[in-house]
Design a protein. Structure first.
Length: 136
């Protein structure tokens, strides 16, 4: 689990339990908006800087870029693998909170805190805890 998932489950679940799910989504959007603003104001696009060797004379259409990417076997294979990975790894992360709430009748605040702690512990222990005897 990533830090974002752990924070989303732990902090977001508790905010949703206290203030409602709409406020949880609004609060979750604020860091992303702040980062987007900082990036927009501080980082320059290297291709668009004056005197760049590959300064484009016209903007590239998204359809053309996608068509070129679809022709690359490595890109299509990596994309397919990523989709399968996220389906099987993050699918349960979406399902488990609903299961805890609907089937086990766990309170939202308790379920989100439990999932965040379990996710952070499992992620920080890494594969060594699972196959430690093989790694050495």
């Amino acid at each position: 689990m990533t830090a974002g998932n752990v924070l989303g489950l732990g902090v977001g679940g508790n905010i949703a339990a206290t203030y409602g799910w709409r406020q949880a989504f609004l609060i979750a959007a604020l860091p992303g908006l702040l980062v987007a603003l900082v990036v927009r104001l501080t980082l320059a696009e290297p291709r668009l800087q004056a005197g760049g060797a590959d300064t484009p004379t016209q903007t590239e259409r998204a359809a053309d870029a996608i068509a070129r990417l679809r022709q690359k076997r490595s890109y299509v294979t990596a994309l397919f693998g990523s989709v399968l990975y996220f389906l099987f790894v993050y699918g349960p992360v979406i399902f488990i909170p609903s299961f805890l709430l609907r089937v086990l009748h766990e309170p939202l605040a308790s379920a989100s805190t439990t999932l965040a702690v379990v996710g952070a512990t499992a992620s920080s222990s890494g594969p060594r805890s699972v196959v430690g005897w093989q790694i050495g």
